[in-house]
Design a protein around this ligand. Sequence first.
Ligand SMILES: NC(=O)c1ccc[n+]([C@@H]2O[C@H](COP(=O)([O-])OP(=O)(O)OC[C@H]3O[C@@H](n4cnc5c(N)ncnc54)[C@H](O)[C@@H]3O)[C@@H](O)[C@H]2O)c1
Length: 329
Amino acid sequence: MDERLSIASKNILITGGLGFIGSALARRLVELGANVTLVDSLIPEYGGNLLNIAGIEDRVRVNISDVRDAHSMKYLMQGQDYLFNLAGQTSHMDSMAAPETDLEINCRAQLSILEACRQYNPAIKVVFASTRQLYGKPDYLPVDEKHLLRPVDVNGINKMAGEWYHILYNNVYGIRACALRLTNTYGPRMRVKDARQTFLGVWIRLLVEGKPFEVWGGKQLRDFTYVDDAVEAFLLAAVSESSNGQVYNLGGDCVISLKELAELLVEIHGDGAYSSREFPPDRKRIDIGDYYADDTSIRKTLGWAPAIPLTEGLSRTLAFYREHLPGYL
Ligand SMILES: NC(=O)c1ccc[n+]([C@@H]2O[C@H](COP(=O)([O-])OP(=O)(O)OC[C@H]3O[C@@H](n4cnc5c(N)ncnc54)[C@H](O)[C@@H]3O)[C@@H](O)[C@H]2O)c1
């Protein structure tokens, strides 16, 4: 039997559930029959959007609260079988401009979430959305989980602490937890109004609007995970006992330079143009250069593999925004 189906009758809490990846996870869980609660602060600058749950809004419970509110967390954790912990401040530049806000959300709140689990629901299983940003500028490629952690920005440091609190609570208190270090994740409902999530969203918006977009540098190598593939990884990590205490990289189906990616996007869209320019100095300081993941560990231990090729994923994403762009600006 597909182990993921065991989630069908379970109580699930998703922090950041109105965001891009959290809402995709909610869609899949509703489809599987789970009893899903979404927590999201809907802070306007961040990624939450009620449109992300269009079509499933009657099948999920939505709780608008902030993960920094320890009282809400204490209440919400109770009675849950699984916590998918995705709420986060995602912008690297914002983490430099407002480091303490990033600290409160990505680090301190993670500790109070885990404390709520320890005190009120120690049987819960937690899957944390971590990031490749923890590695900083890679010493070697592809980057495996043994690579030194050397973040290049405040966000990377706080996400690292958040991730390690989860592993610590697993190891010391037996609160079953694991973390997925996501690479660039893309797909329908990704953030396109600005580059707080990824540059790719802005490229897609400008293409759909018929405007040229900019490629900074262009030679950097990256990998991309289609959102449904990321969702499958969250489910596999949740239902597996061998994931407890583990961190896993997620990669994509291929490695591509930003210039090649720009060309592929224009080709798939059938129209459009881009220009190349040097990296702006403030971005360059926190840029990680080339990155792509070695995700052998999750492939071997949990049987995960990306199912959606980049071309297919980009074409689904462009199709979504040709129809829905106004709701995402
Ligand atoms: N998208 C990617 O490429 C990527 C890459 C690496 C890691 N991640 C991680 O995955 C997670 C989800 O990312 P996403 O791409 O869906 O981003 P997103 O911005 O769409 O989702 C994050 C959600 O968290 C919510 N949130 C932010 N602060 C909150 C708070 N204080 N209380 C409650 N809710 C709050 C936001 O409103 C948003 O809905 C994040 O933790 C992010 O760090 C994403």
